[in-house]
Design a protein around this ligand. Structure first.
Ligand code: SF4
Length: 356
């Protein structure tokens, strides 16, 4: 798959700069009923999702709650086994493996390469373990280091995330939310990962602490040569940190673009509505950009509408939209802007109101 390709249907990883390529990923959860738990249908949490991440990039995955972004992240870290599709990962030696096809022990080497930072620093730390044990658990389970090496690594990482090394013998209850998230970050980095999936990593934090953690993540990216997949519903956060953004709606990717391009010039009506909801602090600018209120409710992923899933709410829908599902395709006249809308070239959509 190259940026010039018209669709995301060619699983190649031809470009050496690609670290990860997700192709036609599907994650369907069965809906069962009755005492025999017969399968009555499926919730299509991720439905034909495709995108790629280059080495050193920060890619944002955005959408409302329930759009499937967390499911995609969990498939990539292989907390879930995908129903179908590929998750192609380029190892440090250059070889490409399909993580979606691996099972059990085969996944072990990649558990250290691909790490995750969860949203809630309160529930993601075991209250009965010390900070040292929390950070080194993955090393012990996978026999990746000797005890003396672990101590040195924990000391170094705690300092690097802005905490005192002597805190390693304390328990999580002794720390604030921001400090806990720093511990979570140290735990993610202890294996020297190549890709970190940040799942709403700053959503549970106060605004001032959020900015500190975002700055820390940016510094660590440069120092540790990290690549981030940043999953968030917060468009202000995504704009601050991401190079490119993937927008999802009801399990499908509807738009992919460079961060600023997406904010200034969205090409999908759903992205336009999302951008109109970006909070504006300046009252003069706030008056300029009114929020678009979409009619109806988000579609049910177990029973999505025919054609374009967004058509019952779309302000620009035409008869064809209820019949034919628009494929994700390269927008005419661009090199890297992908959109799934029949009328993307014809619509003139409004971007986010920029404050700076
Ligand atoms: Fe709206 Fe039709 Fe485009 Fe879907 S394909 S986003 S319904 S205009």
């Amino acid at each position: 798959m190259t940026e010039q390709s018209l669709s995301y249907s060619s699983p190649q990883m031809q470009d050496e700069s690609f670290l990860l390529e997700v192709n036609n990923l599907k994650m369907y959860f069965p809906i069962t009923r009755g005492i025999f738990a017969r399968v009555k249908g499926y919730t299509k949490a991720a439905d034909d999702v495709s995108f790629f991440i280059r080495k050193g990039e920060t890619v944002g995955l955005v959408g409302e709650s329930g759009c499937g972004k967390t499911t995609v992240g969990r498939c990539i870290v292989r907390a879930y086994t995908p129903t179908a599709g590929e998750i192609l990962y380029r190892r440090a030696d250059g070889a490409v493996v399909d993580l979606a096809k691996l099972q059990g022990e085969e996944l072990r080497p990649y558990r250290k390469d691909i790490r995750v930072i969860f949203q809630d620093p309160y529930s993601s730390l075991n209250p009965r373990m010390t900070v040292f044990d929390i950070i080194t658990e993955v090393l012990k389970v996978n026999k990746l280091a000797q005890p003396e090496e672990m101590r040195e690594s924990v000391e170094y990482l705690l300092k690097r995330v802005g905490m005192r090394p002597e805190y390693m013998q304390r328990y999580p209850h002794a720390f604030s939310g921001g400090e806990r998230q720093r511990i979570v970050i140290a735990r993610a980095l202890i294996t020297n990962p190549r890709l970190v999936v940040c799942d709403e990593a700053v959503s549970a934090l106060d605004v001032s602490i959020r900015a500190q953690i975002l700055n820390l993540l940016e510094e660590l990216q440069a120092d540790f040569d990290l690549t981030y997949l940043f999953i968030s519903h917060d468009l202000s956060v995504i704009r601050h940190i991401c190079d490119r953004v993937v927008v999802m709606y009801v399990g499908k990717v509807v738009e992919i673009a460079e961060g600023l391009d997406l904010y200034i010039s969205p090409k999908h009506p759903y992205t336009e509505a999302l951008m109109s909801s970006v909070p504006i602090s300046n009252p003069r600018l706030r008056a300029r950009g009114s929020r678009i209120r979409l009619p109806g409710e988000v579609a049910d992923p177990s029973n999505p509408p025919p054609g374009c899933y967004f058509h019952p709410r779309c302000l620009y829908a035409q008869p064809i939209c209820a019949k034919e599902s628009p494929p994700l395709r390269l927008l005419d006249g661009t090199r890297s802007h992908y959109v799934a809308c029949h009328f993307a070239e014809e619509l003139s959509l409004r971007g986010a109101t920029m404050e700076e």
